[in-house]
Ligand binder design. Structure first.
Ligand code: PXL
Length: 286
């Protein structure tokens, strides 16, 4: 038994721009969760606004790290995968899942945003991501990633309740018990993060106010707080509510300062909120 919940976070580390492990480690740490980084790539910056970034692929490192953890008897309560640097890394994540069958398996199928694939994601990698999704307990795609996984066009208009429910059910049909889709513009004009719990056939929605600026890394922030919440015992709607509320706070704090969006959200200023006791009940059942 670990004194603190321990998570293996299989994600990249981007030096500049506040995303991936640079966000995941501090966020989950202040929530009282130990994060063990398994870097999939090391980048000078994220790929959204800094031009030609330097990227070193860490594919060869991952199986050696896993082998070491097995030899050393290191256990994990959760395996959380995110940005991958090669198609082979999908099977390496699956090896982590197999090595820790009791761990909660969270897959953030990082592939794109705003209707577009990230520069480093090939069509082959997107196809392989479906295999990882099939093995997950929980997945957290944004609307772009949900569309890629379903082989559908990115929706050009706002979504009705039944369209959103249908996407959630189709995604869970690929394997995961729990699906959370983020950044969904809905037909009533409210932007929402929506969740589905297949076992209880329950649908949840948490709305938020959007600002006219897009900050990279907020999907990683959302998945970190959601994962942290679930590991600390939150129900699904409360975890979605906690993650939505913190992302909204971080985005609005940052927006007020007018900083360049490529720098991501001002996490340093916002993290203390996660250490204070708060109540979350900002969800509706659909
Ligand atoms: O936040 C997602 C993400 C993660 N890792 C890298 C990225 C991005 C989004 O741009 O570029 C390297």
């Amino acid at each position: 038994m670990n004194e603190y919940k321990r998570v293996a976070a299989i994600h990249d580390i981007s030096g500049v721009g506040r995303c991936s492990l640079s966000v995941i480690i501090p966020t989950m740490s202040v929530m009282g969760i130990q994060v063990c980084a398994v870097p999939t790539a090391v980048l000078s910056a994220h790929t959204n606004g800094f031009g030609d970034v330097v990227m070193k692929d860490m594919t060869e490192y991952i199986p050696e790290a896993l082998s070491h953890y097995k030899t050393a008897g290191v256990g994990f309560d959760c395996i959380y995968s995110g940005f991958l640097a090669s198609a082979r890394q999908v099977s390496l994540c699956l090896d982590f899942f197999s090595a820790y069958p009791d761990a909660l398996k969270i897959v953030d199928p990082v592939m794109g945003d705003n209707g577009k694939r990230y520069k480093t994601y090939t069509a082959e990698m997107c196809e392989c991501m479906a295999e990882l999704v099939a093995a997950a307990d929980v997945i957290t795609p944004n609307l772009t990633e949900a569309s890629i996984l379903l082989g559908e066009e990115y929706p050009v208009s706002q979504l009705s309740l039944s369209e959103v429910k249908s996407m959630l059910v189709k995604l869970s049909g690929k394997g995961p018990e729990t699906v959370v889709i983020t950044s969904v513009p809905m037909a009533d004009g409210k932007n929402s993060n929506v969740g589905y719990d297949k076992k209880n056939n329950a649908f949840w929605r948490v709305t938020y106010e959007k600002v006219p600026k897009h900050y990279p890394g907020t999907g990683d922030l959302f998945a970190s707080v959601l994962t942290g919440g679930l590991l600390l015992g939150d129900s699904l709607p409360i975890a979605i509510s906690r993650a939505t509320s913190f992302c909204e706070y971080a985005i609005k704090t940052t927006f007020g300062y007018g900083t360049n969006a490529r720098e991501g959200v001002m996490l340093e200023k916002c993290l203390p909120l996660l250490t204070t006791p708060q109540s979350f009940m900002d969800y509706t059942s659909l």
